[in-house]
Write a protein that binds this ligand. Structure first.
Ligand SMILES: [Zn+2]
Ligand SMILES: [Zn+2]
Length: 94
């Protein structure tokens, strides 16, 4: 997402929208029903800056992270080094 979007999340307009969203959807996670660590998630960014309440959903932080597919994926880094090594040795051969 753009820098503009992150600025929007810090704005008073968004703060008010969040309050509206909590009133509209209720102060609980729509997935697990948790009542703490709540955040407002965008189902779609099609109407960003002017979202109807239907585009927003209340989620707790763990469910929100899952919704964005944030998992611990930190593998597959080693193979790249090998590639650069082989190209380095290939360059020397020339
Ligand atoms: Zn939840
Ligand atoms: Zn979200």
């Amino acid at each position: 997402m753009t820098k503009k979007y992150f600025e929007y999340l810090k704005s008073i307009a968004w703060r008010n929208k969040r309050i509206q969203a909590f009133r509209f959807h209720g102060r609980k996670c729509s997935i697990c029903g948790a009542k703490r660590l709540l955040q407002v998630h965008h189902k779609t960014y099609d109407h960003i800056f002017n979202e109807p309440m239907e585009d927003l959903v209340v989620l707790c932080i763990p469910c929100h992270k899952k919704e964005h597919g944030i998992k611990k994926v930190q593998k597959k880094k080693r193979k790249r080094k090998r590639n650069s090594l082989t190209t380095a040795t290939a360059a020397k051969a020339i």
